[in-house]
Design a protein around this ligand. Structure first.
Ligand SMILES: [Zn+2]
Ligand SMILES: [Zn+2]
Length: 350
């Protein structure tokens, strides 16, 4: 064991504050990482404030981790000291179930071990995330950061990036497909970039016309203002896929009308009841599919990092001093960030 430092919430109603705690010494298959940057995800806020009812305190968020390997266990073969590596939303899984065998650890039948606020599978300790100077993770859950990627803008690829990339790949989005992106935050702006890179014709749905120019700057071919009935009517039956990144309950019915028959509406931002209710006829009458997707497996997380390096895709970020993390949360809730905060971990020692 050794003493690490980081920022944690002590309860659902207290702000994040500095904390010292114990990290384990590397086990034979572990990689020890000095954290250089960590992205700030909306899930971090939900968990710090126990909005999903599953928080464990102290809760140290952070699952978009980029850093440098400082030590490796005796059996580690994938990474070596000095390598630039990343850790995303998961740090372990059962490794033998059907999902794990298919490189889909996020759907592990025994439940994956998340990067924070989950009991470690070996010693039962509460996992602590990336708002910290270091982390120790089994090598299977550590990915390589391609040389060509900028380290700071690579961090959000580990959650925001893989979450949007994985469903587009799974459903086989290809050149010429018509893809609608719902919402343009951290996830949505990455969704635009990936759908474009896959050759799709991309439309952003937004509530405010003021976002149109910015959406085109991100690569969107078209913009539909979702509160304008005439604009929604003009795209009825139009899309092959909708990638829905909106993280709060919203009416899915008007969006389903914009799908062609066999079209797929993919939820990646919402893990609450659909409200208002869905009219099943909108699915049945046109064989449409309402689907969901959770992050991506470890192999696919490596794939998306390599894909970003190859296609020059990065996440738009604003660097953050960790001492401003509580203010950053308030700004995120207001949608006042383009598009992801990334903590410069040097500020933890500053
Ligand atoms: Zn996340
Ligand atoms: Zn499993």
């Amino acid at each position: 064991m050794y003493t690490a430092i980081g920022y944690a919430a002590q309860s659902a109603t207290t702000p994040l504050a500095p904390m010292s705690f114990q990290r384990r010494s590397p086990r034979p298959d572990d990689v020890a990482i000095e954290i250089l940057y960590c992205g700030v995800c909306h899930s971090d806020i939900h968990q710090a404030r126990n909005e999903w009812g599953i928080a464990v305190y102290p809760l140290m968020p952070g699952h978009e981790i980029v850093g440098k390997v400082t030590a490796v266990g005796a059996n580690v073969s994938k990474h070596k000291v000095g390598d630039l590596v990343g850790v995303g939303c998961m740090v372990d899984s059962c490794r033998h179930c059907e999902a794990c065998a298919a490189d889909l650890e996020q759907y592990c039948l025994e439940g994956p071990t998340m990067t924070y606020a989950t009991p470690d599978r070996v010693d039962g300790s509460n996992t602590m995330g990336g708002y910290s100077d270091s982390i120790v993770v089994s090598e299977h859950f550590v990915v390589r950061i391609p040389e060509k990627l900028d380290l700071t803008s690579a961090a959000p690829i580990l959650c925001a990036g893989i979450t949007t990339y994985s469903p587009l790949k799974h459903y086989g989005v290809k050149a010429g497909d018509k893809v609608g992106i719902l919402g343009m935050g951290g996830l949505g702006h990455m969704g635009i970039k990936f759908a474009k890179a896959l050759g799709a014709e991309v439309t952003l749905f937004t509530r405010s016309a003021s976002k149109a120019e910015e959406a085109r700057h991100q690569g969107a071919d078209h913009v539909v203002v979702s509160t304008d009935a005439a604009q929604m009517q003009a795209v009825a039956g139009h899309f092959d896929f909708l990638l829905d990144t909106i993280p709060v309950p919203h009416d899915l019915n008007p969006y389903l009308d914009t799908l062609r028959f066999d079209g797929v509406h993919i939820l990646v931002g919402l893990i609450e009841p659909v409200d208002p209710a869905l009219h099943a006829g909108k699915l049945v009458m046109s064989r449409r599919v309402l689907a969901g997707s959770l992050i991506g497996g470890i192999a696919e997380t490596q794939e998306v990092l390599d894909f970003c390096a190859e296609h020059g895709i990065t996440c738009d970020i604003e660097m953050l001093d960790i001492r401003q993390i509580n203010e950053a949360y308030e700004r995120m809730i207001k949608g006042d960030v383009k598009y992801r905060f990334v903590i410069d971990m040097a500020s933890l020692k500053g």
